[in-house]
Design a protein around this ligand. Structure first.
Ligand code: GZL
Length: 332
């Protein structure tokens, strides 16, 4: 059916208006009308996770995914398999996709300035969660949400100083460090070392990374046991390495928790069970349940509200008796 000229022009004009409106509704932030990358008003968060190396990490990932769904935030999630280059790639993808907020747990402290500057230049706010970066330019991210790792190390060392105050002779300590270059590994080592300096009997005779994994903890503990006939204490930067070390200690014919005192950090369920069973002796808690706070921060940051530069999580410590009481109510 042929139409007269006038109505066809009207139809073309209407189509142009609808097309323009349609583009705006698709959230193309080029139009500057973006309510969020999703275009339906939802905030879109791009999250780069360290990996899936430990029970803590699994609980942390679950907390973030559940909290995003609860908060109505569209979550783009990437598992970097503990590789910094994968995190940088993911962050660049999120910049390309014009997400509203980027959040990540940096696997190591250094090497982030370039990509964080790219995010800043793209006008995308960044939230650090769990682990920190060593960037001198604090304007590269809006805030840090996580634990005080130095305190976790210090509490672990202070407990040991108290336990060993009446011991005679040297107390030989081996240390399973977390991922080399990571904030938790650097800071827990620092805090622990500062605390045990109070008693010269306490000596770290070996210290090596087990990369926060059970396999790593077992492998390095086997080496420690072969190299050092007298080991009195194991300080592991997380429960998972301590749990891996248990296998090596038992295989060497020693009784964990008695022949070798074991101190760990995290307080995930498996670690708390080992503590309640007397195989561990002390755990400093490090909460992975950062999801709800992270989503609230994302909403504030997206709305342009001021947020504190650093938000630390509430944490405690556990002895064997306290673990027995706490276990039934543990969420992770
Ligand atoms: C600490 C977190 C650490 C945990 C480990 O906040 O980054 O990484 O202590 C985890 O269990 O692998």
């Amino acid at each position: 059916m042929r139409m007269s000229l006038a109505p066809r022009r009207a139809v073309a004009a209407l189509a142009a208006v609808l097309l323009a409106g349609g583009m705006a509704a698709c959230g193309n932030s080029d139009t500057g009308t973006d309510e969020g990358g999703s275009g339906d008003g939802k905030i879109v968060m791009g999250f780069s996770q360290v990996g899936a190396e430990s029970g803590w990490r699994t609980a942390n990932t679950n907390s973030i995914k559940e909290a995003a769904a609860e908060a109505g935030i569209e979550l783009k999630f990437d598992d970097a398999q503990q590789k910094q280059e994968n995190q940088i790639k993911a962050i660049r993808n999120y910049i390309q996709q014009k997400v509203d907020v980027i959040a990540f747990s940096p696997v190591v402290e250094s090497g982030w300035d370039t990509v964080l500057k790219e995010a800043k230049d793209a006008g995308i706010p960044v939230i650090l969660t769990d682990r920190a970066v060593d960037s001198a330019d604090k304007s590269l991210y809006k805030t840090f949400l996580g634990s005080d790792f130095v305190k976790e190390g210090r509490l672990s060392g202070e407990w040991l100083v108290e336990q060993m105050k009446s011991a005679t002779g040297d107390v030989n300590i081996v240390e399973l460090q977390g991922t080399t270059g990571s904030a938790p590994a650097n800071d827990r080592k620092k805090g622990f070392g500062e605390a045990i300096a109070a008693d010269p009997k306490l000596k770290v005779i070996a210290s090596q990374s087990g990369d926060f994994t059970r396999a790593g903890g077992k492998q390095v503990m086997e080496q420690f046991l072969k190299a050092h006939p007298k080991i009195d204490v194991l300080f592991a930067h997380n429960d998972d390495m301590g749990l891996g070390a248990l296998e090596a200690i038992t295989a060497a014919g020693k009784e964990p928790g008695k022949d070798i005192i074991i101190i760990t950090i995290d307080a995930v369920k498996d670690g708390m069970q080992a503590l309640a069973d007397g195989k561990f002796n002390f755990i400093a808690e490090c909460s992975p349940l950062l999801g709800p706070q992270l989503m609230e921060l994302a909403k504030k940051v997206h709305a342009g509200e001021e947020v504190p530069p650093r938000i630390e999580t509430e944490e405690t410590t556990f002895t064997q008796e306290q673990a027995k009481e706490a276990l039934p109510n543990r969420k992770y």
